[in-house]
Write a protein that binds this ligand. Sequence first.
Ligand SMILES: [Zn+2]
Length: 118
Amino acid sequence: MIRVLRVFWYSFWLICPACQRGRMFRSLFTMNVRCPTCSMVYERDSGEVSGGMAINTALLCLIAIGGAVMAVTTTIPTGQLLLGVATIMILFGVFFYRHARALWVGILLLAGTINEDV
Ligand SMILES: [Zn+2]
């Protein structure tokens, strides 16, 4: 359990979950192929980015559901609510993108499909 929390903690902060030192991103939206410190491969195939996108999409759906609940339970005008929820979803989707990809790397590490000993 401690290992799971450790992996998610370092992944969330965009630090390599294997060595806890290497930075996972070399620029704002570009993930390193390998850890610059321990050389662990973050993304073996190009399709593995879809796991991070799924995490991001699931969280965006939760925001949308929250907006729908607010539409039913509050008296906020629908147009304003829709604009606010859409703005939050766009900003969250962009800002959480790197964290979602890094969390997916952590999940792959925990699942054993990528190895710390590469
Ligand atoms: Zn590393």
